[in-house]
Design a protein around this ligand. Structure first.
Ligand code: CA
Length: 642
């Protein structure tokens, strides 16, 4: 009681001081807003904030806070839009040689810089972790994906499958710098509540926390998931009835931007649009699919050659670049039955339609920014998380039964429409990556070399930027572009350092490379490994399409990895092998066992997850079966007695 009474006069005095401060600040707010520089703003903010901190009067506090908000007007820093496409190969985008109509992406490409030597990782989640943090995947906690995590990796540092302590995202950093931060679409970065986007710097988010899901309704696409886990701001959410993934991802982003729009003041924003297109199942509106009738009827051999030629004609690759071999065990198009040819041609039409549809929604988003007068003050980064998807889940044992339980079919008459499960398979995937070797899952060029377009104010227009760049370079590039610190706070002594480099010297035309000839850049996901040093690449791929043998290529002469130089240039091979081993040690790489096969591992992990997800149901079935058996035996025994 005594302490409380003695505090009251001090309280009253402090309250009076704050009221006076508020009365003085309030009429000044408009002039402060329009004329005071950001440094003055921050000092006003911090002094007002410290007053707010000490305030014991809620009404005074709210008046002061409104003054703080109103000092943040006219922040003219550019917006940042990162658009991530799922599983698009090097030549899938129209400006890179694809058939799909993509006027919006073409416009961005024409305005900005197209990269011809940009590398991501071979798999979704590690790529997303690297893109959003600028940190090597093994230091983020998301070294690989849970679907293919092996027993020797479970629980090891870097393999927790969520962002580990000290890992900061681009959203964390931009939010700390005063940006509004939004994400819509596929997240796939950790399965716990605290791993969702709202725990990693995003003010608003509508996120799919899975490797994929249906594009027409809220349901899973594989047995690993027992439902499609969509969350809005960290809470389980339902999708609307008229859902189509690309449309919804843009609609929801626009609604977040609309609801945050302030009539007078301006606050820059960071939008992360992570499309489901063109991940399995490929699905698209029928009328767009039909507009590609005939486009793929000649089959994958013809398409591979056409993409190879277009990549040369566009200047994406050198004219003397060879076309990589077809993947092992590929089927000859002519050996397929007419029914199968029709089905496969249509699957590729659906994929083109899915790209076109995504592009039209990107176009709608660009139009929205234009209508707000923000288009010319927005940095766009558009890329893919890894190469094209070769898996053909329809043929996986048990999948047909799972599909029928989950309302999926695989018929020509509704291919890609609601209820349809469809994928393009390895042969078309090799065309999506043509002229490169292999596809998603592998550290071959087809798995990791993907399209990248960067456009925005002060970004020079370049037809092809040929310097090597990495997915981890995106976050430091954005921070450098905006002049934002690469640390969230001075307190963050445990903060994991960014490993990527800024691409700004390439984007403003002041340099032709950001990696020196003798820089050794390692990458690894689940045993699929590469080390790039100047023109050379050392790499190894796992079964079924790889054989765990290390090979050496000269990418400047041989981007399609056709000529293994490991015995011809043993000194370079040995040097790069030693550098890779150093990378492995330095970054805590835990390779899977030598008999690792990601398809078998995915099947094994899916079965484990299905058992885990369904154990109550399976227990009831087992107990019922035992009781039934016991009852039948009793009846047989009783009849014999009679
Ligand atoms: Ca992907």
């Amino acid at each position: 009681m005594t302490a409380l009474s003695s505090a009251r006069p001090k309280q009253r005095l402090l309250t009076s001081m704050i009221l006076v401060a508020a009365a003085v600040l309030s009429p000044m707010k408009n002039s402060i807003a329009s004329s005071v520089e950001s440094s003055v703003e921050s000092s006003v903010e911090s002094s007002v904030e410290s007053l707010v901190e000490r305030s014991l009067d809620n009404s005074v506090k709210s008046r002061l806070q409104s003054t703080v908000v109103n000092t943040q007007t006219n922040d003219q820093r550019p917006n940042v839009v990162v658009i991530l496409v799922d599983d698009a190969g090097l030549t899938d985008f129209a400006p890179f040689g694809g058939e799909a109509r993509m006027p919006a992406i073409q416009t961005l490409a024409d305005r900005g810089t197209k990269f011809s030597n940009y590398y991501s990782s071979p798999l979704c989640a590690p790529s997303r972790a690297m893109l959003l943090t600028g940190i090597d995947n093994h230091r983020t906690g998301i070294a690989t994906i849970p679907e293919i995590l092996t027993d020797n990796q479970v629980g090891q540092p870097g393999y927790s499958m969520f962002f580990e302590p000290g890992v900061r995202t681009l959203a964390d950093r931009l939010k700390a710098a005063g940006y509004s931060t939004y994400m819509t679409g596929k997240w796939h970065l950790g399965g716990r509540e605290q791993d969702l986007p709202n725990g990693h710097g995003f003010d608003r988010s509508f996120a799919l926390d899975a490797s994929g899901a249906d594009n027409w309704e809220q349901k899973p696409y594989m047995g690993f998931y027992d439902f499609a886990p969509w969350y809005e701001d960290g809470k389980l959410a339902n999708l609307p009835d008229n859902f189509y993934s690309s449309k919804f991802i843009v609609d929801r982003m626009i609604s977040y931007l609309e609801s945050d729009k302030q009539p007078i003041s301006r606050q820059p924003f960071f939008s992360y649009l992570a499309f489901q297109a063109i991940h399995i199942p490929v699905q698209a509106p029928r009328e767009i699919t039909e507009s590609y009738n005939g486009t793929y009827d000649q089959g994958w051999h013809v398409l591979r050659k056409a993409r190879h030629q277009r990549a040369i004609d566009l200047g994406l690759i050198a004219p003397d670049t060879a076309l990589a071999e077809m993947p092992a065990n590929s089927r000859d198009w002519e050996s397929l039955s007419p029914e199968d040819r029709a089905l496969y041609a249509r699957a590729m039409q659906v994929q083109a339609a899915m790209l076109e549809s995504m592009d039209s929604h990107i176009g709608r988003f660009i139009d929205y920014l234009s209508s707000r007068g923000e288009l010319d003050n927005t940095l766009f980064i558009l890329t893919s998380d890894n190469g094209p998807e070769p898996s053909y889940p329809i043929d996986v044992p048990g999948m047909k039964m799972w599909m029928s339980f989950n309302g999926y079919n695989h018929r020509l008459d509704n291919l890609g429409e609601q209820g349809s499960m469809v994928a393009i398979g390895p042969e078309w995937a090799s065309a999506s990556a043509a002229p490169l070797n292999l596809f998603k899952f592998y550290a071959a060029e087809g798995g990791i070399r993907v399209p990248l377009i960067i456009a925005g104010p002060n970004i020079v227009q370049q037809d092809w930027q040929q310097a090597m760049a990495l997915v981890t370079d995106i976050t430091p590039t954005v921070l450098d572009y905006l002049g934002v610190s690469n640390r969230v706070s001075n307190r963050g002594s445990n903060e994991v350092s960014i490993t990527g480099r800024s691409m700004m010297p390439l984007l403003n035309g002041s340099a032709t490379a950001i990696y020196a000839e003798d820089d050794a850049i390692g990458m690894e996901v689940s045993g699929n490994s590469a080390l790039i040093r100047g023109d050379y690449k050392l790499s190894r791929n796992t079964p079924p399409y790889g054989d765990n043998i290390w090979r050496l290529y000269n990418l400047a002469l041989d981007p399609s990895e056709s000529n293994n130089l490991s015995t011809q240039q043993p000194e370079i091979f040995d040097l790069m092998m030693a550098e890779y081993q150093r990378y492995e040690r330095e970054f805590g790489v835990i390779p899977p066992a030598s008999d690792f096969d990601h398809i078998k591992q995915a099947r094994h992990n899916s079965l484990k997850k299905i058992l885990l997800n369904n154990w109550p149901r399976l227990t009831v079935i087992a107990v019922t079966a035992v009781l039934l058996l016991w009852w039948i035996i009793r009846i047989i025994y009783w009849r014999r007695q009679v």
